[in-house]
Structures are given as structure tokens and as C-alpha cells.
Design a binder for this molecule. Structure first.
Ligand code: GDG
Length: 483
């Protein structure tokens, strides 16, 4: 933490802890879970110490049990924010995922209900109580993602009451939509108000940052003339783009593991003479999986000469399984996958391998490594770290990234990939064909561009840059930011 003269405590806050806590034989055990936020922040653990606060994912009522949970989390430097399961459900599924997530990702047809909104506010208050109690004077507090947009304001009020001076940073992991779309949300002003109590706000791309600045100006009349600053309610909020990434060495090291090498060899033999396309996505509307399967179907229609010579291996990781819309999406995808294989299968095999489950990390790395192309079709996506991971595993093959222009990653990776509109089946089919037929030199050129980007913009760099900036805000809170 070079900026500033004191080594400060760091608290990281997210709705869910990066751990799954389970009761096994009467006691509690925790294990690391997967997802974009976990990937981004686990890259930081190598270089920076912090304590992570969040909901442990299950209701724990009994005080002795709560102590046990705290103990099982302690080895991971994590602390729980306990919530009743009904409240957690209304906050997470009811408001965050049913109402807020679609708005942030430009999905229409969202209905607003007061019940889930009250739950959202209540959970943000409970987090504020817990974090305020844990923070000391000078602690840096870095809050993550859309589930906790009211937290900066609620927390600042509590900290001030207790005479604690702490810098508050907030990073959004989703897009921030254009102001006119954001206005659809009835509580549009409350959430922006909540965020503007931060000292530093981070977005994945310039576009999201600019959308947010424009919204603050038009919705709240905040002053935004000075670049990267918002003046509101006599406070100065610093706002910037921070490129989130991965730890590429974790992938390159894994590919050196003898078991993984064996697995790669087995897969390469299995797919000898077949071009492999890989896709890895959480099963979520924003990942454009329906569009992906339909686009792949069109590609197979367009190129009968590639029958038995190409396969799409799609990992669709179960996500938000208790939300009706996600259950319906899964049914739609299974049906579609069956239809595509029914239509294009031959006695030699099927062109689509649709896996509705999570795979171990080593298997993921092996799959990335054997694939000639990676197809990502997000209709909107904050960044998309799978695109980074694929590149990290392509040192030998120089496979091609076929990337939706609506993934945040496309803002940085366009030059090194083939971009397309995910709802345009013809464009997707042409992009796939081009990817599989790119000459060796062009593949190398594109790969080297992406490799340099992925190795430069690591998750550790992302985290350190944010923390340094937050720390400098804490040291000089009266000085204009980003100057
Ligand atoms: C959110 C934003 C933003 C996936 N399947 C398996 C598995 N994963 C891991 C991947 C990757 C992560 O999950 C997914 O990251 P993404 O970035 O692609 O997507 P989200 O989860 O939606 O993340 C996103 C991110 O936050 C960070 O800011 O980029 O836009 O939506 O790391 O490898 N890991 C394992 N098995 C699987 O089956 N082990």
C-alpha cells in the first residue's frame, strides 16, 4: 500500500463470501466457491492482506453454531454477516437478481415490487451495522457489486456517528447502463445517492463510467465538469475505470501439472481431426447462451462440409437456480441442445456437448488449452473473465477468441479477437468460420496482442491500483481526486 504513510487495515465486502459453508456431521466447513468476483479478488490475495465480509450462504440461528461458523471462516480471513434465509432470498433473488441485474444489463420487461426493495434496504443496513463495528479509524473499506449499492451511504452515516474516519471504495462488476435506461427503475435516485457516499467508485470500462457520470448529472444535478470527479452534497467523489483481470500464472502453472498434461493428451486424441470450440458461462440470460446455440446451429447449416469436423463444448454452470426465469432458461437450453444434436448428429458423433454443471479447475484449464476457438456471446457483460482465461491457456495453440461486442472485454480485446453481434446469427456464423480458418501468422498476431494485455492487466494489478487510489483519498480527502 505505497500511497500514504500508514499501513491501513483493509476490509473487503461482498454480498456472498467467496466460500460455501456447509454443515458436515454437526460442525461447519467452508470451501472456496467459483465466479467472476472470486476469480478477480483471489488474484489479490497473493499480494495484499484483507478481511472479507459477506453472507455465508446459509441461515444460522443458534449462537453456538454462529461461533462455529466464524471459526471455520477464520482460516480464510473471512467474517460472516448473518441473515435470515427469507430476508436473504428477498434481497438476493427478489431485488438484486430479479429487478436490479436485468436493468444493469439492459433487459426490458422488469417489474418493480416494494417487498424486495424493503429487503434490499434492510440487508444493506445489516451490512452497515456489521462493517461499522469491525472498522477502526483509518480502515480502508472496499465494497463490491450491485447487491450493496446503498451500503456506502448507510455505512458513512454510522461511521461518522462513531467518530471513525474511513475511506470507502465501491467497485461495480456489471455494466452501468445509459441514463435513459437506468431511469426505468423507480428507485433510480436512491441507489445513486447510496453510491455517491463513496470516496472512490470503480467501473470496468470507460463507457460504464461515463454512463454513470451522465446519470448523476441529469438525475441529481451533481456537478461533473471536472474529469473523473463528481461533486455532490458538498463531497467530492472520485470515479475511474479499473481493468479487472485474472491471475494468468495460475493457468500457465496448472498446464504444467503432469496430470493436466495427461488429460490434455487424452482430449487431443479424442478430438483428432476435429476443430474444438469451447464456451464457459454461468447459466444466465446475459451470457447469451440461447443466442450461442442458435448461432452454432446456423453455422452448422451454413457449413455442411464441416459435419463431424467441428464440436462445441459448452460448460453452462448452474446459477441462481431458485429463480424461476433461470429455471426456464435451463429448460430452454436443454431442449435447444437436444434439437441441434438431433438435426446435425451422425453415427460418428454429435456436434454439441452441452454440460450443465461446474467442472474442476484443472479440467477447465485443459478444455481451454485444447480448443481452437472460444465462443462468448454475452448480450451484456461487465467484463467477462473467461475470455482472459482462454487466452492464458493458449500459449501453444494460438486459438482464436470469438467475442460478443457487448462483453466489457471487447472494449479492450477487439484488436486481438473476432467480434460480432450476438443476436445476428449470420455474423456469428461468419465469425466462427473466420476464426477456424485464420492463417497461422494472423492467429499469432492476435494471440500475442491478447497475451500481452492479459499478462499486463492482472487481477493483482487491478486490486493494487484501486487500493492505492483509495488509500491516497484517505490521506488527502480534501484534495481534488485523480489530479
Ligand atoms: C461477474 C460479471 C465480470 C465458470 N465455470 C466454472 C468456473 N467458472 C469461473 C470462470 C471465471 C468465472 O467463473 C466467471 O467469470 P465471468 O467474468 O466470466 O462472469 P461472472 O461470474 O458473471 O462475473 C462479469 C466478473 O464479475 C468480474 O468482475 O467479468 O462480467 O458478470 O473465472 O473460470 N470455474 C470452475 N469450474 C467451472 O465450471 N472451476
Amino acid at each position: 500500500m505505497p500511497a500514504g504513510d500508514t499501513k491501513r487495515n483493509l476490509i473487503i465486502v461482498s454480498n456472498r463470501l467467496p466460500l460455501s459453508v456447509k454443515r458436515v456431521d454437526g460442525s461447519f466447513q467452508s470451501s472456496i466457491s467459483s465466479g467472476g468476483l472470486v476469480t478477480a479478488l483471489s488474484g489479490l490475495t497473493k499480494s495484499t492482506q484483507f478481511r472479507w465480509f459477506g453472507w455465508p450462504g446459509l441461515e444460522v440461528k443458534d449462537n453456538e453454531d454462529r461461533k462455529d461458523v466464524c471459526q471455520s471462516l477464520e482460516e480464510h480471513n473471512a467474517s460472516p454477516v448473518f441473515l435470515d434465509s427469507d430476508l436473504a432470498h428477498e434481497h438476493y433473488n427478489g431485488f438484486s437478481n430479479r429487478i436490479l441485474w436485468p436493468i444493469l444489463h439492459y433487459q426490458s420487461g422488469v417489474t418493480f415490487d416494494d417487498g424486495p426493495w424493503q429487503a434490499y434496504k434492510r440487508v444493506n443496513e445489516l451490512f452497515a451495522d456489521e462493517i461499522c463495528q469491525a472498522a477502526e479509524n483509518g480502515t480502508l473499506i472496499w465494497i463490491h457489486d450491485y447487491h450493496l449499492m446503498l451500503l456506502p451511504e448507510l455505512l458513512r452515516a454510522r461511521l461518522q456517528k462513531q467518530g471513525k474516519s474511513c475511506a470507502i471504495g465501491f467497485s461495480l462488476h456489471t455494466p452501468f447502463p445509459a441514463g435513459d435506461f437506468w431511469r426505468n427503475l423507480p428507485v433510480r435516485k436512491h441507489l445513486i445517492d447510496g453510491l455517491l457516499a463513496s470516496d472512490l467508485l470503480g467501473f470496468h470500462t470507460d463507457e460504464y463510467k461515463q454512463n454513470f457520470i451522465d446519470t448523476c448529472a441529469s438525475l441529481l444535478g451533481a456537478r461533473t465538469e471536472i474529469p473523473n470527479q463528481i461533486q455532490y452534497k458538498n463531497r467530492l467523489v472520485c470515479i475511474d475505470q479499473f481493468i479487472v483481470g485474472i491471475d494468468p500464472l495460475k493457468f500457465t502453472d496448472t498446464l504444467q501439472n503432469p496430470d493436466v498434461k495427461d488429460r490434455i493428451q487424452t482430449l487431443e486424441e479424442r478430438y483428432k481431426g476435429v476443430r474444438v470450440i469451447v464456451g464457459v458461462d454461468r447459466l444466465d440470460h446475459i451470457k447469451g447462451l440461447t443466442q450461442k446455440l442458435k448461432g452454432f446451429d446456423a453455422f452448422l447449416d451454413d457449413h455442411p462440409e464441416l459435419r463431424n469436423k467441428v464440436v462445441l463444448i459448452q460448460v453452462a454452470v448452474p446459477s441462481r437456480e431458485d429463480v424461476k426465469e433461470y429455471q426456464e432458461l435451463e429448460t430452454e437450453l436443454s431442449t435447444l441442445a437436444g434439437k441441434i444434436n438431433g438435426k446435425h448428429a451422425t453415427p460418428e458423433g454429435t456436434p454439441l456437448l452441452y454440460m450443465h454443471r461446474s467442472v474442476p479447475f484443472t479440467e477447465l484449464a485443459a478444455l481451454y488449452s485444447i480448443a481452437d476457438a472460444c465462443l462468448l456471446t454475452s448480450t451484456r457483460d461487465g467484463m467477462n473473465l473467461v475470455s482472459f482465461e482462454y487466452v492464458a491457456c493458449q500459449e501453444k495453440r494460438h486459438g482464436v477468441l470469438v467475442l460478443s461486442e457487448f462483453a466489457g472485454a471487447a472494449s479492450f480485446m477487439r484488436e486481438g479477437s473476432i467480434c460480432f453481434h450476438p443476436a445476428n446469427k449470420t455474423e456469428m456464423s461468419e465469425a466462427l468460420y473466420a476464426a477456424l480458418h485464420l492463417d497461422k501468422d494472423e492467429r499469432r498476431r492476435k494471440y500475442e496482442y491478447l497475451r500481452d494485455f492479459v499478462h499486463k492487466h492482472t487481477s493483482a494489478r487491478w486490486g493494487q491500483t484501486f487500493i492505492e487510489k483509495l488509500n491516497s483519498r484517505a490521506c488527502n480527502s480534501t484534495r481534488p481526486c485523480c489530479s
